[in-house]
Write a protein that binds this ligand. Structure first.
Ligand SMILES: CC(C)(COP(=O)(O)OP(=O)(O)OC[C@H]1O[C@@H](n2cnc3c(N)ncnc32)[C@H](O)[C@@H]1OP(=O)(O)O)[C@@H](O)C(=O)NCCC(=O)NCCS
Length: 124
């Protein structure tokens, strides 16, 4: 059963940070894992835009404001992305009966997009 869906677009130009902005965003918005991932890839701004879109899409799927760094994008070995909630935000998962969170991300030089789907098993 689908419990929630969220979609978001991000303009990649806004994520082409200078060093100072990068440090701020790394502290306030992105998890350490997201920063490490983006910085070891080409097209850093595209990755950071994609992660931001994923965070926004997650908020929309839950219909709930969640602090930016409490929503993290993680990657399986094959590159498939996923969402991890932390720091108290993970309580939302049990509260809503969410069993799985699905995430897909795409990005071009200009735009990044993410879709999040919350799936549950139990009838509530
Ligand atoms: C996954 C793949 C389709 C990405 O397509 P692309 O057009 O090059 O790039 P896009 O901008 O559309 O997508 C990139 C995003 O795809 C996601 N992605 C990467 N590997 C993925 C995978 N195995 N499964 C699902 N999503 C994946 C990531 O979120 C990535 O962005 P990020 O690394 O910044 O998080 C391509 O890299 C590919 O074919 N990989 C090898 C085969 C594979 O694993 N395919 C699975 C899906 S058919």
């Amino acid at each position: 059963m689908i419990l929630g869906i969220g979609l978001d677009l991000a303009d990649v130009r806004r994520y082409a940070f200078d060093d100072r902005a990068m440090a701020w965003f790394a502290r306030k918005i992105y998890t350490a894992e997201e920063m490490a991932y983006a910085l070891r890839k080409r097209n850093v701004a595209e990755r950071l835009a994609g992660f931001f879109a994923a965070k926004e899409a997650t908020r929309k799927a839950f219909g709930h404001a969640i602090p930016w760094r409490r929503v993290g994008v993680t990657h399986e070995r094959g590159g498939k992305p996923g969402i991890v909630l932390s720091g108290g935000a993970e309580r939302l998962i049990a509260l809503r009966g969410v069993e799985r969170i699905h995430l897909t991300i795409t990005h071009t030089a200009s735009t990044a997009a993410a879709v999040v789907i919350l799936e549950g098993d139990a009838q509530r």
